[in-house]
Design a protein around this ligand. Sequence first.
Ligand code: SAM
Length: 233
Amino acid sequence: MIPEEDRGEESTEKEEEEIEFINRRLRLVQGLETLGVGKKVRQAMLRVPRHSFVPEYARSAAYADTPLDIGCGQTISAPHMVAIMCELLELSEGLKVLEIGAGSGYNAAVMAELIGKSGHVYTVERIESLVCFAKDNLRKTGYKNITVLLEDGSIGYSKYAPYDRIVVTCAAPEIPEPLVEQLKPGGIMIIPVGDYFQELILVKKDKKGKIKKENRGGVVFVPLIGEYGFKPR
Ligand code: SAM
């Protein structure tokens, strides 16, 4: 058994680490304002402890604005990229969102903050150990309005379709047709498209089902692997 006084020291160290993480998160999120990230998204990102979504060895780097390794050759996206995607998605209370590429569960958590308790995020991941990682991270941080699913997300997830919003966090060779079909009229999808040279494409489906695409600039993402994605290399 740990003596009383030592336990006290241990918990003080933990508390100090938490305070340091909160300060780093604040500085990171303040920096996002200069990139044009709005208040709602910044406030959501302030509420999500990114250090709880990375492996132990990467915790000290959790508030650097960079992607980080999460194992299996995959990454948690850079905070500015999460922020930009959330802005483009125009997320609001009560929306139903499909994410392809759960990874660590971090992006899903930020979106869950933006759609509130009356909304729901379905996030699909093809690597089983990452499904466990994301579920574990989301359980520890207390998110209840997120469902993590082990599937090939390149075909979407028809069971809960149509979705108000779809976000793909890996790069597709082309926009997968099933994702366009599973987007609600009036819905918005954001998806990186390309191989070595990738572009972030904003897809809007109007009330009559007509599709409009807009190129929002160059990006770098890991590939979407699957039926409507790339073949495993
Ligand atoms: N959104 C994640 C986060 O917040 O940590 C980051 C995602 S990481 C950049 C991209 C993820 O897409 C990887 O975990 C990868 O395994 C996953 N992925 C690739 N192809 C997929 C597919 N067909 N279906 C589902 N997930 C896929």
